[in-house]
Design a binder for this molecule. Structure first.
Ligand code: SDX
Length: 389
């Protein structure tokens, strides 16, 4: 067919890879970080402890956690020349476009510690990336609204620091709301890693060539931005706004089922989960908690919950095992916390950096050759050139 050359019968996908970091059972809706259920970590742990677990394979001792906190606190500033990169962007640039550019630019800043054959240098590169992402992301927001960039405050924890850099102002003291800080920390934990998703596979492929870790993470940010992946949380909110009311849900469901209509239920379905994404339940609960705490009543939450209820009774979705994924409720929660829609995926990128650097470290530890996915050739068979008549 298509002049397909007889390809090597021993052809096998080189796409499968081995990793000890995250386990997903899509049929059962199970997600484990280094063997720990995501539900337990979201309830009892915190993002920095989870980042340590993902990078090192075990939960930190008190001393190890203190050392990581100190390391993150001494590397969370951006080089002043990095800040000047922001001024080259239009104010209305998408934060993910800015982050791809600025994180990539970081690869031009740390030659002194970039011997990736050295375990300490590797750990430092990973720590720097986790440490700097909150200021990088917050700066892409404050720049877009013409507000001065804010620096981290090492008296605050990771999530609180991100909130004050995002929403603080030079003319008034920013008081961190502990309920919002906890909700953001849970969001970070839930989004920290997820096996071989598109952006993590992008990071691993770049890392397998021995590329600079900052450049590898910039590649991951680019991949995460897509609406079929990390960009889905922004797409979910736009979809809910377009639906507008509970009465319009049946029409949306019909459009999602219509093959001739490109409309999909954003936040529904998953490459692996053919059951509930365990993260979506935790995020839905946090969304309700934050909205109640803030005394807000978001009509989009009601539309989302009714949409889920109706879709999960519909044979089209049941038959295809399409359930809400991590992105279905995260946008509602982030909006309730004050994040603008175009920052949703940037928040995802801050969290997923913990997973990306863990996979980068895992690959450095192996005598790993360059990854080289193969293909099924469906082009023209061999033929010879002759001049056009
Ligand atoms: C993330 O990989 C990861 O781990 C990603 C992630 C992570 O943590 O890194 O979990 C984060 O990216 C979550 C996914 C966010 N994306 C969305 O919510 C976008 C909406 N979802 C769809 O685009 C879709 O479900 C995908 C992209 C997620 C999966 O696409 P697939 O693999 O093509 O879906 P499928 O093979 O399971 O589809 C089977 C059928 C198809 O119909 P048929 O051809 O069989 O008739 O289901 C249909 C699809 O058309 N379908 C949908 C649908 N998703 C799949 N129909 C309507 N609405 C949807 N959302």
């Amino acid at each position: 067919r298509h002049g397909l050359l007889a390809f090597d019968p021993g052809f096998r996908s080189t796409a499968a890879c081995k990793s000890a970091i995250t386990f997903v059972d899509g049929d059962k809706g199970i997600l484990l970080y280094r063997g720990y259920p995501i539900e337990e970590l979201a309830e009892h742990s915190d993002f920095i402890e989870v980042a340590y677990l993902l990078m090192n394979g075990e939960l930190p001792t008190v001393m190890q956690r203190t050392q990581l906190d100190l390391a993150l606190g001494s590397h969370n500033l951006l080089h002043e020349q990095v800040l000047s990169f922001y001024r080259g962007f239009r104010r209305d640039a998408h934060p993910m476009a800015v982050m791809v550019g600025v994180v990539g630019a970081l690869s031009a800043f740390y030659h002194d510690v970039m011997n990736i054959r050295d375990a300490n240098d590797r750990q430092l590169a990973a720590t720097r990336l986790i440490a700097k992402m909150p200021m990088l992301a917050a700066a892409s927001y404050t720049y877009s609204i013409g507000r001065p960039m804010r620096y981290p405050n090492n008296k605050l924890d990771y999530a609180s620091n991100f909130l004050q850099m995002m929403f603080g102002s030079p003319v008034a003291e920013y008081v961190v709301d502990p309920v919002l800080a906890r909700a953001l920390d849970v969001i970070f934990t839930l989004h920290a890693d997820h096996e071989q998703n598109a952006s993590t596979s992008t990071v691993r492929l770049a890392a397998s060539s021995g590329a600079n870790p900052f450049a590898c993470i910039a590649a991951g940010i680019a991949s995460l931005w897509g609406p079929a992946h990390g960009g889905a949380n922004e797409a979910v909110l736009k979809m809910l706004m377009e639906i507008g009311s509970v009465e319009n849900i049946p029409k949306a469901i019909a459009r999602a089922k219509d093959k001739d209509d490109s409309f999909r239920l954003m936040g529904f379905g998953h490459r692996i989960y053919k059951n509930f994404d365990p993260r979506s339940r935790v995020i839905q609960a946090q969304a309700k908690k934050v909205l109640t705490h803030l005394g807000k009543d978001d009509p989009l939450l009601e539309i989302a919950m009714r949409l889920e209820e109706i879709a999960l009774k519909d044979e089209y979705f049941i038959g295809r095992k399409l359930y809400p994924n991590v992105d279905f409720y995260s946008g509602i929660l982030l909006r309730a916390m004050g994040f603008p829609m175009n920052m949703f995926t940037a928040v995802f990128a801050v969290a997923r950096t913990a997973g990306w650097v863990s996979h980068w470290l895992e690959l450095q530890g192996e005598s790993h050759g360059i990854d080289r996915p193969r293909q099924l050739y469906v082009g023209k068979a061999l033929r010879h050139y002759s001049k056009a008549k």
